[in-house]
Design a binder for this molecule. Sequence first.
Ligand SMILES: Nc1ncnc2c1ncn2[C@@H]1O[C@H](COP(=O)(O)OP(=O)(O)OP(=O)(O)O)[C@@H](O)[C@H]1O
Ligand SMILES: [Mg+2]
Length: 313
Amino acid sequence: MTRLEVSDLKAYYFTSRGVVKAVDGVTFRASESIGIAGESGSGKSTLGLSIMRMLQPPGRVVSGSIVLDGMDILAMSEHEFNTRVRWKRVSMVFQAAMNALDPVYRVEEQMEELLRYHAYGAGDARELMSSAVRQVGLDEGVLRRYPHELSGGMKQRVVIAMALLLRPSLLIADEPTTALDVLVQAQIINMLKGLKDAGLMLMLITHDLSIIAEIADRIGIMYAGQMVEFGSTDQVYREPKHPYTQALLASIPRMKGEKRLTYIKGSPIDLLNIPRGCRFYARCPYAMDVCRDDPPAVDVGDGYVRCWLYAKH
Ligand SMILES: Nc1ncnc2c1ncn2[C@@H]1O[C@H](COP(=O)(O)OP(=O)(O)OP(=O)(O)O)[C@@H](O)[C@H]1O
Ligand SMILES: [Mg+2]
């Protein structure tokens, strides 16, 4: 069975300036760990929050479906989702979560709040907390500490442990290494890799493609609210199809110390005012007349690319 299946998902923000189509028809399915990449504002966090059903107003899932382990999660009542799925089957490390730890509570107090909410008794709670912190490579002493007593790397491990408390099978991690220095980043990546090897399905959201290469089996590239390419990490890195994916990969520094050589010219489109046709049109070196029409999703290998270059027309 496919673990996670997202079909034509649309999640919009209804603002006073208009409707921001942050996720605008995203489709993919995966059973292994997946990386979601794309530049700032492409809709990555909105996609993650939609799967957690935690999109806040003015954001709202407008249409589409999300099926997780065979359950149609958008069709569930909030009560059912909350008691059976959220934090238990799927959980999320929010973008910048480590900065949102409450400074006046010890780590264990912040964890206990979630456990109490889910009606765990003190004994079970203690066991879940110890096992979660050990899973992220910390010792139990960290439970007694306040956030300000922890290094950045430890704080990041703590927020990952909080997401693992109720033993989910899918963990969405939104930019889990962004605010950390390179050495600590590598440690967190290794730790996440260990969790994956122990059977956790990861959905890793990042603008940094080099991180995904280390962890994810499948990769989805977001551009302006759409997934423009999806496939196995091998396939996409070896032979990127979409011109945007090609440009993104060209902008990764390949060797230590090498500077970013390629920048993607132009700026992304305004999601309040999406033009017809391919959203990458104005920045694409291969733009053709036909690209003024919406590109189809063309099957390639074990995934797809949303681009006219590969369509029979
Ligand atoms: N609360 C909100 N109200 C209105 N628009 C929003 C809101 N949150 C996000 N957006 C818009 O939705 C679009 C997608 O945002 P999202 O945060 O999902 O992008 P992202 O890919 O996660 O970006 P980043 O890499 O910067 O985290 C952006 O245009 C953003 O401005
Ligand atoms: Mg984001």
